[in-house]
Ligand binder design. Sequence first.
Ligand code: IMP
Ligand code: MG
Length: 181
Amino acid sequence: MAIMDDVSKVLVSEEELKQICKKLGEQISKDYEGKKLLLVSVLKGAVVFMSDLLREITCDCIIDFMAVSSYSGTKTTGVVKFKKDLDINPDGMDIVLVEDILDSGITLKYLKNVLKDRHAASIKVCALLDKPQNRKADITADYVGKVIPDEFVIGYGLDYDEKYRNLPFVGVLSPKVYENK
Ligand code: IMP
Ligand code: MG
């Protein structure tokens, strides 16, 4: 069966994603001109966003990756597990955490605290998508691509049980996919 059959609607089209990356890239380039910018992407969901955003950034920057997991199916477990650490020492760096989606906020709150403890000069958050209705941790994103309703979304890096990351747009996962599991 084609993966498109599991998408109930397209929420952010390829064209809109392109415009979002351009806009956020311009803002970040302006804000970080002359600074020591380290973009930290959170694996795996944010890789597609990171690669598009990165190419819209015009100031000096370096990149690194972290991997954590807190999800089981479509539900957050509330416990963040560290799976891969940074290669670069964040001490003294101006960091922008690049995330696919800010949902409960538990993951980003945890990562911000980790980087703060390691003496980053500053830490901001850039989230492609924001689902504010479901927030549990006290955190807001400094750069937001699009605010979306509380629906489980897939595509453009976002997964459900590791699937659908390859869709070129962000879509709503048809509830029939997880309700019958
Ligand atoms: P939080 O800790 O609840 O904010 O969750 C953040 C992480 O959960 C994101 O980086 C995503 O990887 C994942 N996540 C949250 N909502 C969704 C969704 O609707 N679709 C796919 N992954 C999601
Ligand atoms: Mg993620």
